[in-house]
Design a protein around this ligand. Sequence first.
Ligand SMILES: [Zn+2]
Length: 237
Amino acid sequence: MVDVHCHEGTDISDPGIIRIINGTDPESSVNAIESANKNSHVWACVGIHPEEINDSRFMIHELKQNLKRLAQNNKVVGVGEVGLDYRQGISETDKNKQKEIFIKMIELAIETGLPIVVHNRNADEDILQMLYAHSSLLKDKILMHCFTRNTDFMDKMADLGAYFSFGGFLLGENNSRVRKAAKMAPEDRILLETDGPFTKTDVKIVASELARARGLTEVKTDQLTSENARRLFTKMI
Ligand SMILES: [Zn+2]
């Protein structure tokens, strides 16, 4: 079983569950690589979360170069977590700054040939526009993590060959939209995640919920999502 998206602080003690730890800034990206180097069942992604970018420590140009250097490590399998987070009341200036960095991260993914792990909060239009602008180079190399959007958006992303990971929102009470997306997503594009440790989700429970939503057995769900993870994160061995 593969938890394709979690963070520093997630319980990685079970060697039977492969984990991909995502960085949210250069420091946590380095820590993710350290965990990956120490644990054969752990892999890393390097990136900058859109909510971190207002930190004045990060110069845009240096950020990309720093992360690019980190991405050379054998255990780095992707660029993430990156994307757009349009919280309520966000200013146009902040949106533009997020977009400026997201473009750099798209370039980083293209230059390194690594898949890109995308965070999206209320930014469907801009995400679509920016990823479509690079559609040929990003084909089959996009992961929409913690997918909670509707099936219209999912279909547009699927045309880009995107993958979709489902996590704790599948277990929530108001989950009909997420369940529908989990049911309708193409079979060769579904993945499991926990987004731990922020959410205390057990990846096995997510797997059984995804199995239920799709009418599959748990064994089949494990097999499919693991195969999909290896197809997307080709550096994982
Ligand atoms: Zn995350």
